[in-house]
Each structure stands twice: as structure tokens, then as C-alpha cells.
Design a protein around this ligand. Structure first.
Ligand SMILES: NC(=O)c1ccc[n+]([C@@H]2O[C@H](COP(=O)([O-])OP(=O)(O)OC[C@H]3O[C@@H](n4cnc5c(N)ncnc54)[C@H](OP(=O)(O)O)[C@@H]3O)[C@@H](O)[C@H]2O)c1
Length: 255
């Protein structure tokens, strides 16, 4: 009996935003391990190049490209470059997000509000539009939006961030419905508390961490690698009949 080929990504081109560290880095490594050529992206090219070099050193295929997803011109330029260099895109992982202000919702700063919306909603939306156009030309693809459990159950003092993550879950359903005729699937991953720089204020504070752990049935935070398997499932043929789904990977938090 031969092993399943359902999770193979040989010949696929995958773009992962926010891949210089944390959850995005873990996703980039696993997609490359399964055969994809991974475009490793974030605002700073140096960090992306280090991840791309590590993938190549391990025998995989990767290219580093800088892109601030809150800047519309950069999104346009990056996709023009992908079209020229690769001529296709099979997998988009919208993972880079921002959460600049922890505060009571009544103290929300307009600048922080605008930045969060520009990156987490407008960025995810137009990255998906550009990727979707390329995928439509080539017969299909898979878009995976890294949302958050906060999109279902808002995190305390994470008001506008939680609002944007709820929007990402809805956006996932919009793209799933309207892009299905083009062979494009779109699904969301909802990570729970994961040990990254992004969550360090929560994970490194014993009092906050202990309170959080009481609400997590598995009684621990996730390692970034524990998010990557779910993304591989959503990126690959293993999930060929799955679209519009919001997949919780949260140690049971939302159960
Ligand atoms: N960690 C958690 O507990 C947790 C829980 C739920 C959901 N999430 C979600 O998981 C995703 C990844 O978070 P993480 O914890 O892995 O964060 P992280 O370790 O802080 O990594 C964030 C990544 O995004 C990049 N980035 C930040 N702003 C960007 C922008 N405007 N444009 C392009 N790239 C940008 C960063 O690199 P540069 O600085 O070079 O741009 C970095 O590569 C986010 O969508 C987050 O909301 C995380």
C-alpha cells in the first residue's frame, strides 16, 4: 500500500505573508518541506532572506520578497513581480497582521484603529484579490487567512484587533462563495494563544498566562509549528471539498 499523495505540494507556488518569524515562518517551512516553492514575505527583507536561506539549506525552494501589506502600492508591485517571475500562484497564506494598541475600547487611538484596519482587513482583502486574479487565470488555487479566536470571542483590551479578525472570517466566506466558480478555495485558520513575539506580552507575564491557561482545555500555549499542519491541510488536495471554513486550532478554547 503506497503512502497518500494528498498533502504533496510539488510544483506549487505559495506566498506566505509575515513569514520572517512566528507562525508564518513555521508555515513557510512546512509548505516547502512538502514541495512548494515558497515566497517568504514580510516588511523587512533581511528576516525573510534568512528564512528562505534556511529552507534552501534544507533542500527546499524559496524566494524572499519584502511587502508591507498595509501599503497598496507594495501589494501591486509584488504581484506584478510574481506574475513576471513565476506566472502563477497556487497558494496564498495571509498571515501578517498587526495589533498596535492594548487598551480599553473607549481609549482606542484613531491612528492605531486605522493601521489595524489597513493591514488586517484591507491588506488581507487586496492580497486575496490580486492572488485570486492570478489563480483564476491558472485554473484555481487555495487562499488561507490566518484569523484568530479573537474573531469569535474578542480578547480583552484587543478591541479593534478582534473586530478585524471577525472581518477576516467573514471575508473568507465572501471569497469562498464568489471564487468557487474559478476553482479557488478560501478558508480561515483561527489560532489560539501561540508562543510568538506577537503574543509575548501575554505569554511572558505569569499572571496573564495563568488566567489564559484556565480557559484552554489542553492547558498550554501552542508552538507555532502546531499551526502549520492545519494550513498544509487547507493548502493541499486533502481539503479539496473544503471551502469557507473557519478552523479552530486553539487547544479547545472555543469549545
Ligand atoms: N501568536 C498568537 O497567540 C496568535 C493568536 C491568534 C492569531 N494570531 C495571528 O497569527 C498571525 C501571525 O502572528 P505571529 O504570532 O506569528 O506574529 P509574529 O511572530 O509577531 O510575526 C509577525 C510577522 O508578520 C510580519 N509583519 C508584521 N506587520 C506586517 C505588515 N504590515 N506587512 C507585512 N508583514 C508584516 C512580521 O515581520 P516584519 O516585522 O518584517 O514585517 C513577522 O514576520 C497574525 O495574523 C496573528 O493575528 C496569533
Amino acid at each position: 500500500m503506497s503512502k497518500t499523495q494528498l498533502f504533496d505540494l510539488d510544483g506549487k507556488i505559495a506566498f506566505v505573508s509575515g513569514a520572517s518569524r512566528g507562525i508564518g515562518e513555521a508555515i513557510a517551512h512546512l509548505l516547502a518541506q512538502q514541495g512548494a516553492h515558497v515566497i517568504v514575505s514580510s516588511r523587512k527583507l533581511d528576516g525573510c532572506q534568512q528564512v528562505a536561506d534556511a529552507i534552501i539549506a534544507a533542500g527546499g525552494k524559496a524566494t524572499a520578497i519584502a511587502c508591507h501589506i498595509g501599503e497598496m502600492e507594495q501589494i501591486g508591485q509584488v504581484f506584478a513581480g510574481i506574475r513576471e517571475q513565476f506566472g502563477r500562484l497556487d497558494i496564498l497564506v495571509n498571515n501578517a497582521a498587526t495589533n498596535p494598541q492594548f487598551c480599553n475600547v473607549l481609549d482606542t487611538d484613531l491612528g492605531a484603529f486605522q493601521k489595524t484596519v489597513d493591514v488586517n482587513i484591507r491588506g488581507y482583502f487586496f492580497m486575496s484579490v490580486e492572488a485570486g486574479k492570478l489563480m483564476r487565470e491558472n485554473g484555481g488555487g487555495s487562499i488561507i487567512n490566518v484569523a484568530s479566536i479573537n474573531g469569535v470571542s474578542p480578547g480583552i483590551f484587543q478591541g479593534i484587533y478582534s473586530v478585524t479578525k471577525a472581518a477576516v472570517i467573514n471575508m473568507t466566506k465572501v471569497f469562498a462563495k464568489e471564487c468557487a466558480p474559478f476553482g479557488i478555495r478560501c478558508n480561515a485558520l483561527l489560532p489560539g494563544l501561540t508562543d510568538t513575539k506577537f503574543a509575548s506580552a501575554l505569554v511572558k507575564n505569569d499572571a496573564i498566562l495563568n488566567t489564559a491557561l484556565q480557559q484552554i482545555p489542553l492547558k498550554r500555549v501552542a508552538d507555532p509549528k502546531e499551526m502549520a499542519g492545519a494550513v498544509l491541510y487547507l493548502a493541499s488536495d486533502a481539503s479539496s471539498y473544503t471551502t469557507g471554513v473557519a478552523l479552530n486550532v486553539d487547544g479547545g478554547f472555543l469549545s
